[in-house]
Design a protein around this ligand. Structure first.
Ligand SMILES: N[C@@H](CCC(=O)N[C@@H](CS)C(=O)NCC(=O)O)C(=O)O
Length: 217
């Protein structure tokens, strides 16, 4: 049995929910999932009852309640130190924290113009100036993380082993697949394929398919 309960939104749409869910699933941290479908007549009421901010994701860990995706990932890092949710080497860790924070606080053009729809593919959307700038910066960050740290560590993730940074950028990988193709430098393209091919990511997509199929019934 586990004390951890992760409350999330729709798997097709909720980028913020995907981050902790992916990290916990990929790293084998046991948890129970509770789903609140967004944009339903009772969503607001259910969200307010489930999460102090009225937003998902929200993690309940015994008496501790953590809302906000990055705060949840930091909580998991404290709670499961053996999972190494941040890279161990100080330089890599500093870089990973910075790019995770840059994602959390930024890239508003990409987030607004290219909302996550994990089940859609190849929409071939034209990129506006703001979206193109966000994409260029993200491509630079992924490439730098892989070239400076990940490739040297040996694993296929941004810093070698899976870290919070991978969880933070996973929703961007699905957006690139939905609205792209986006031309990326080789290390960035390889990382994108790595994250999309993880069993955890595939399981999230299968969950999104099941939700959408249930809606059609
Ligand atoms: N900064 C928060 C943002 C959470 C957020 O905006 N969640 C959206 C779903 S992706 C939500 O709960 N929306 C419900 C609503 O606005 O009614 C985080 O990182 O967790």
């Amino acid at each position: 049995m586990t004390d951890l309960v992760l409350i999330i939104g729709d798997k097709n749409l909720s980028t913020w929910s995907l981050r902790p869910w992916l990290a916990m699933t990929h790293l084998g941290i046991p948890f129970r999932e509770e789903n609140i479908r967004l944009d339903r007549p009772d969503s607001r009421e259910r969200l307010k009852a489930a999460s102090p901010s009225g937003l998902v994701p929200c993690l309940k860990d015994g008496a501790a309640v953590v809302w906000d995706s990055l705060a949840i990932l930091e909580h998991l890092n404290d709670r499961f130190p053996d999972k190494n949710l941040w890279p161990r080497a100080p330089e890599a860790r500093a870089h990973a924290r910075s790019i995770a924070a840059e994602m959390h606080a930024g890239f508003s053009n990409l987030r607004t113009v290219w909302p996550m729809q994990v089940l859609r593919r190849d929409l071939r959307h034209l990129t506006s100036g703001g979206v193109a700038r966000d994409i260029a910066r993200i491509a630079e960050l992924w490439t730098e993380a892989r070239d400076r740290f990940g490739a040297r560590e040996g694993g296929p993730f941004l810093y070698g082993d899976f870290s919070i940074a991978d969880a933070m950028y996973a929703p961007v990988a699905t957006r690139f697949r939905t609205y792209g193709p986006v031309e990326l430098p080789r290390p960035a393209a390889d990382w994108m394929e790595t994250i999309l091919e993880t069993p955890a990511m595939k399981s999230w997509v299968a969950g999104a398919e099941a939700e959408v199929a249930a809606d059609r019934r």
